[in-house]
Ligand binder design. Structure first.
Ligand SMILES: Cc1ncc(COP(=O)(O)O)c(C=O)c1O
Length: 387
C-alpha cells in the first residue's frame, strides 16, 4: 500500500469534466479517452487552492520568484536540465504555446512538419494558421514507433520545412525517444535551418526504466534553434488550472515568441495555475513516484489482457498513460469501430484517425484510472472484440 489513494475513482459526474460529460446522461459508459487522470490531486495542491480561496483577493498577479525557482529546480532535479529564470516564459497552455510559436516563427504557407500519428491539436493548429502541414509517418518496428530519418530529411528538403513540431515523449504511441533519435533530429534541424518545437508535456511519465531526455540536454548547441514546452498540468492532473511554460534559451527566439504572445494578449496566466504548478513541483515527487508504479501496473495489465483475449495489437507505451490499440484485425470501418466500442462495449476511447491517417482502425486507451476500472474496460472490450 502506498501513501496515496490510487484505487478510488472519484465521482466526476458533477464537476463539468470533459472526460465524463457523456456519462452524465449515459452512466453505463466508461470514459477512457482524453488525457486526464481519475486520481485525486496531491493534498498540497488542494490546500493551496483552499488557501487561495480563503486568503487571497483575486486580482492580477505576477510570476513569483518561488514559481520560477520551482520550475528551475524541477527541470534540474528530474531531467538534469539546467536553465535560468530568464529562459522561462509562462503561458496558459502548451497548445496555446504551439500557436504562438507557429505565428512567431513562420509565415502563412510555410511548411511545418509533424510525425504522424500525433496528438491531434498539432495538425489542427498548423492548418488553422494556414501553414502547410507536412506529415512524416512514423514506422512501427518491433512494436514501437520509430522515425524514418531518411524520409524525414527528404520531407524537410522537398517542402523547405521551417518548423518541426516534435512530441517527446510521444502521444499516442508512448515512445520515449532515445538520445540517439534526438541527436539525429538535431543534426537534421541544424543542417537544414529548421526550428524545433519540442512538446515535452509528458516528460515526467517515462515508465519501465526508460529515460526522457529533454531536447536541449542532448547537445548544448540545440538551444540555439529550439523551444521546449512543458508543464506540471499533465503530470499532476491539474490541466483545468491552466499553466505551462516555454523554455527558450536563445534570446532572439524568446523575444520573437514574447512579441506574438503580447500581440495576442496571451502573456497572463491564471493565478490559480501559478499556485498549483508551484505546489506540484515543490511537493509532488513522492506522489509522482507512486503514480508511475500504478500506471506501469495498469499498462501491463491492459496490454497482457487484450493481447491474450482479443485480436487487438497493443502498442505498450515506454511512457505516458496512453496505449495505442490496433483493431485492424476486425476489418471494421472507422466510424463503426467507435460506435461498436461505445454502444456494445460501453467504453469510450479516442478515435485513432483523429491523430492522422496512420491511425485508421486504431483507438487510444487511457489507463490513468484505478486498476479496477482498467480491468472492467478491457473486459468489456474483449467481450465485444473476441480472439
Ligand atoms: C502532447 C500534448 N501536448 C499538449 C497537451 C495539452 O496541453 P495544454 O493543456 O497545456 O494546452 C497534451 C494533452 O493531452 C498533450 O498530450
Amino acid at each position: 500500500m502506498g501513501k496515496y489513494d490510487f484505487t478510488t475513482r472519484p465521482n466526476r459526474l458533477t464537476q463539468f469534466t470533459s472526460k465524463w460529460q457523456a456519462s452524465e446522461t449515459n452512466p453505463d459508459l466508461l470514459q477512457m479517452w482524453v488525457a486526464d487522470m481519475d486520481f485525486l490531486p496531491i493534498p498540497e495542491i488542494k490546500e493551496t487552492i483552499i488557501n487561495y480561496g480563503q486568503e487571497h483577493i483575486f486580482g492580477y498577479n505576477y510570476f513569483s520568484p518561488e514559481l520560477y525557482q520551482a520550475v528551475i529546480d524541477w527541470e534540474k532535479n528530474e531531467h538534469g536540465y539546467a536553465i535560468e529564470k530568464e529562459d522561462i516564459v509562462f503561458i496558459d497552455g502548451v497548445v496555446p504555446a504551439i500557436s504562438v510559436a507557429i505565428q512567431a516563427f513562420t509565415q502563412k504557407g510555410d511548411a511545418v512538419l509533424i510525425n504522424s500519428p500525433v496528438y491531434y491539436p498539432f495538425s489542427r493548429t498548423v492548418k488553422l494558421n494556414e501553414r502547410q502541414l507536412v506529415e512524416n509517418s512514423l514506422k512501427v518496428i518491433n512494436g514501437r514507433f520509430e522515425i524514418d530519418f531518411e524520409q524525414l530529411e527528404r520531407d524537410i528538403i522537398e517542402h523547405e520545412v521551417k518548423l518541426y513540431l516534435l512530441c517527446s515523449p510521444h502521444n499516442p504511441g508512448g515512445r520515449v525517444w532515445a538520445k540517439g533519435d534526438l541527436e539525429k533530429i538535431a543534426e537534421l534541424c541544424q543542417k537544414h535551418g529548421v526550428l524545433l518545437i519540442s512538446d515535452e508535456i509528458h516528460q515526467d511519465l517515462a515508465l519501465f526504466g526508460n529515460k526522457h531526455h529533454s531536447f536541449n540536454t542532448v547537445r548544448n548547441s540545440n538551444k540555439n534553434f529550439s523551444i521546449i514546452l512543458a508543464s506540471a498540468t499533465k503530470t499532476f492532473n491539474i490541466a483545468g488550472t491552466k499553466n505551462s511554460f516555454a523554455i527558450i534559451q536563445n534570446k532572439s527566439l524568446r523575444q520573437k515568441f514574447q512579441r506574438i504572445q503580447l500581440a495576442n494578449n496571451q502573456h497572463e496566466v491564471p493565478t490559480i495555475g501559478m499556485l498549483t504548478t508551484q505546489a506540484a513541483f515543490t511537493y509532488g515527487k513522492p506522489w509522482l513516484e507512486e503514480l508511475r508504479r500504478v500506471i506501469e501496473e495498469n499498462v501491463t495489465y491492459a496490454t497482457d489482457y487484450l493481447t491474450k483475449n482479443t485480436k487487438i495489437k497493443v502498442m505498450k507505451p515506454e511512457g505516458t498513460y496512453l496505449t495505442w490499440l490496433d483493431f485492424s484485425a476486425y476489418g471494421l470501418a472507422q466510424p463503426d469501430l467507435g460506435e461498436k466500442l461505445k454502444r456494445e462495449a460501453k467504453v469510450v476511447l479516442n478515435d485513432g484517425s483523429h491523430f492522422g491517417k496512420e491511425g485508421k482502425y486504431f483507438a487510444r486507451l487511457n489507463v490513468a484510472t484505478p486498476l479496477e476500472t482498467v480491468k472492467e474496460a478491457v473486459a468489456r472490450i474483449a467481450r465485444v472484440f473476441p480472439k
